[in-house]
Design a protein around this ligand. Sequence first.
Ligand code: XMP
Length: 516
Amino acid sequence: MSERILIIDFGSQVTQLIARRVRESSVYSEIHPFNAVTTETVRAFDPKGVILSGGPASIIGIDTPRTPDGLFDMGIPILGICYGQMAMAEALGGRIISSDRREFGRAFVDVTGDCKLFHGVWEVGSKEQVWMSHGDRIDKPPPGFRTVASSESAPFATIADDERRFYGLMYHPEVVHTPHGAMLLQNFTHQVCGCVGDWTMAGFREQQIDKIRAQVGNGKVICGLSGGVDSSVVAVMLHEAIGDQLQCVFVDTGFMRKGEAEEVVSMFKNNYRIPLIHRNASEIFINKLEGVSDPETKRKLIGATFIDVFEEEAKNIGGADFLAQGTLYPDVIESISFTGGPSVTIKSHHNVGGLPERMNMNLIEPLRELFKDEVRKLGRELGLPDNFVGRHPFPGPGLAIRLPGGITRKKLDILRNADAVYLDEIRNAGLYDSIWQAFCVLLPVQSVGVMGDARTYDYVCALRAVTSTDGMTADFYHFDMELLAQISNRIVNEVKGINRVTYDITSKPPGTIEWE
Ligand code: XMP
């Protein structure tokens, strides 16, 4: 088993980033909610170290989260971050006060003492940039700790007990605004916990293939292919593990991009020789969706129709014992978090969630421990071509949620054509890989224009392009104006039905990436 770091989550918005940073230094890490961790679960997990995350609560409150009883007696190195530092200090006999100086955002700390966490990055006497987000602060550190970095409003910005290998940071090393934060975390895992960094995609691939073989035995597995990265990686890995015991089904909803269905089929059937059923169900989907304009109704109708069609195909091949899905780690964390995930449903993204229950099949989810960027790495490890692995994410309901205000066949065609021109320009400019996601939205608005000597009254197309690391937050992409002008020109000239192009400059939040 790989070396492991356990992250105990107190509900910070950025806990996932801790896991990502740790994994980036080739150490496997998992996030567990604080109220699900006991000394027994820690022992069973067998971590080389424990990280206590930040969180929104105040340790001074009575019913606020605490560390599991006995955690500090287990002889395991522990790093407390922000709320985690408070929880550690409180448990070990320190004193916490509610600070009259709340500190949010960029701050500087003075490095006052030598510390293993600073190895190779921070020197005694230097001033270093960090990212703070706290109200409470330590007033008196617990016995055994020394202070190795401080700032005016956080005198105990970094505390260390080298003997017990306990460390506490008032700031967040996991965010990019703490420029050396990733190194501080790596120093914790490598210098303090003694990890060597044995978490690699080659190792993961081997482990998972053995696991899949053991789980499936002689059974039959069915896998829904969408053409996206996640389901493609699942399919290729399963095929490597169990060969023709795998049957893939690709349901073409009619809401795919131009040429996409053909690409998926040729890649899997022709290149990989993976058994694949290609069901063109576009008529069924479009008939169901025609004229529907409410985004959630669209998602639900598409989800339900997908299940019907998929089930039909599964019956045609005589059923299967297992269903393979490309569930990722962020979905897993969300479903086990102590708050039960976000309290408000902004969009019901997981639109085919009802499938396993309806079909009464066991699930195979070989990606459930991975983040998106790790899935891409695994895809490359499995030999999937770069242009497939690097594909922009594409939503399950596809173009249907890029047509606000009601779907018609004609609008779908216009959108598909505009999207193809847009992506062609982005690829030609060499920008495809620098953008997280780029697409067109066909607005339910017509505008007056003039082409040649004639008046036009056609649709407006909005261009969207964002940068992001996980889709949770995003910034609009800052295009060069010349390129935007060229894209606009080509779309208006080449796509019949569009006479005006706009560019969406909304970030997420407050916008979302898709318009619906
Ligand atoms: P939003 O629009 O919520 O999107 O900022 C974040 C990411 O999720 C994708 N997305 C979806 N994916 N089913 C999916 O499988 C959906 O209904 C759905 N809606 C949005 C979106 O494309 C972006 O990558």
